[in-house]
Design a binder for this molecule. Structure first.
Ligand code: P53
Length: 479
């Protein structure tokens, strides 16, 4: 192949809780993202018990896409997007999560928003669960610790599949399901799962809870894949994996084995999604730890059935691990066993920038699974400065994206991997998931708002806007 396919999907990616706002409008319920405070680099976000007066909850208004989506989608179309990856807020459709009937106003909102995309020939690409779930499911059921969540999620998925079956073809189940492997200091903890750890849960109990929740999510994902294919056989339903390849620090055999072990621990999630069963090393690991998880015969059958159609993944950075003598069994605990890569630079938020790692990752996935892939996030979070004339010269972002697209092209053209599309993260500035900041910007469209929530919310085109428009117009040929 000489370049990207003719129908290669170019677009941008967002998640509703990070841009939509309108947190209590249109019958929407409180989501876990609505009780998360703002943090910053080095200062964690908090999940508060309900909404507390005086605290800063940046996702309440976010960038007000809820009211401005028409103008924003017009700007996406100006860049030539052929797809737009977003999510559906579960709490807009089922405000508390355990109702039997959906909220019509919420369904209508996504009908209108998708119609606006389709008007410009932009196809929506939808994540069902992106770091957001009804808060009621957290307080009442303990989030995904509880098997009941499977039914609630399946009901939600069936409702939106049925409603949007002629508007959406590409779906994903759980955003970055494998990021929760970092159960020690994950996103507050990992909000896809709605697990709030109590102080009497030690590290062992936390890890066990994480694996149990993931198991329920994997079963739910498999049921959802099956249900989706029945509702519309043309649906393509993928998993969504956070890909940060973990290199060995040196060529010493110990480091190499440590890297294998680390990759096992972070990527077995993909094995289950794609192959339909747990790899033996995980079965052995659960046994070694004595976790005794609730995994039934019927679950095992469900996993076999609901295998995904493609692998959606995010790629921002790579990691490095190292063997030490006190770790003869190559146990990998994140982030304790990560070390810096001396060969590459880091962003202002400490993320290790490694464009070639994207080519490596595409090859790694392809070698393991031979399934089509979709890069549904990639990008550079930076502190952009708007000039007096309103322009933003984000050449560093153009450099980052150019380097990554160029490696992605080599993987397609030279290595022959099957790639469906590319949607850089936060095509419009939005609230950071990790820190809750506004100033960690990824967009090609600047949004006038600061960390404290001040600003006009006006949109303007950055330099990267024009760069991306030209890249899409040319189907990535000149890179
Ligand atoms: P922020 C950690 C590592 C890799 C991807 O992240 C991650 C995270 C979580 O912080 O999340 C994904 O906003 C996620 C998006 C998120 C984006 O990467 O922390 O799918 O919701 O905004 C960037 O800079």
């Amino acid at each position: 192949m000489s370049g990207f396919k003719k129908d290669f999907l170019w677009g941008g990616a967002v998640a509703v809780h990070q841009l939509e706002g309108g947190w209590n409008e249109g019958g929407k319920g409180i989501s876990i993202a609505d009780v998360m405070t703002a943090g910053e680099y080095g200062i964690s976000r908090e999940v508060t018990p309900g909404i507390i007066e005086g605290r800063n909850y940046p996702n309440h208004e976010a960038i007000d896409f809820f009211h401005r989506y028409k103008d924003d989608i017009k700007l996406f179309s100006e860049m030539g997007f052929t797809c737009f990856r977003t999510s559906i807020a579960w709490s807009r459709i089922f405000p508390e999560g355990d109702e039997l009937e959906p909220n019509e106003a919420g369904l209508q909102f996504y009908d209108n928003m998708f119609d606006e995309c389709l008007k410009y020939n932009i196809q929506p690409v939808i994540t069902l669960s992106h770091f957001e779930m009804p808060y009621h499911l957290v307080t009442e059921y303990g989030g995904w610790r509880n098997r009941k969540l499977i039914d609630f999620f399946l009901r939600f998925a069936k409702v939106v599949f049925t409603r949007y079956k002629s508007k959406v073809k590409y779906w994903m189940t759980f955003n970055e399901i494998n990021n929760q492997v970092n159960y020690r200091e994950s996103l507050c903890p990992f909000t896809n799962s709605g697990i709030l750890y109590s102080s009497d849960e030690d590290e062992y109990a936390r890890e066990r809870a994480m694996y149990q929740a993931v198991h329920y999510e994997l079963v739910a994902s498999a049921l959802v894949v099956d249900a989706g294919h029945l509702i519309n056989p043309d649906f393509k339903i993928g998993c969504m994996i956070a890909m940060c390849p973990i290199y060995p620090l040196t060529c010493s055999p110990g480091d190499m084995m440590m890297s294998v072990s680390a990759m096992h621990r972070r990527y077995w999630f993909t094995d289950v999604h794609v192959r339909g069963y747990y790899p033996q090393h995980m079965v052995n690991y659960f046994r070694k730890k004595g976790f005794e998880l609730d995994i039934t015969e019927s679950d095992i059958e469900i996993l076999q059935h609901g295998r995904v159609d493609y692998i959606g993944f995010s790629y921002y950075m790579s990691f490095v691990t190292q063997y030490t003598d006190d770790n003869p069994e190559f146990d990998y605990v994140e982030p304790a066993h990560l070390v810096n890569n001396p060969y590459i630079q880091t962003s202002d938020w400490g993320w290790q920038v490694d464009a070639m790692g994207l080519r490596y990752s595409l090859n790694w996935f392809w070698d393991h699974y031979q399934l089509p892939m979709f890069i549904v996030e990639n990008g550079f979070g930076a502190n952009d400065v708007q000039q007096a004339d309103g322009t933003v010269d984000d050449q560093y972002r153009i450099d980052y994206l150019t380097a990554h697209v160029s490696e992605m092209k080599k993987a397609v053209v030279e290595d022959g991997v099957d790639l469906i599309g590319y949607t850089p993260w936060g095509c419009i500035d939005l609230i950071s998931a990790g820190t809750g900041e506004m100033k960690k910007r990824y967009g090609m469209i600047y949004v006038d708002k600061d960390n404290d929530g001040n600003g006009s919310l006006n949109r303007s085109r950055k330099k990267s806007f024009y760069w991306y428009r030209d890249l899409i117009a040319d189907n990535g040929n000149t890179i």
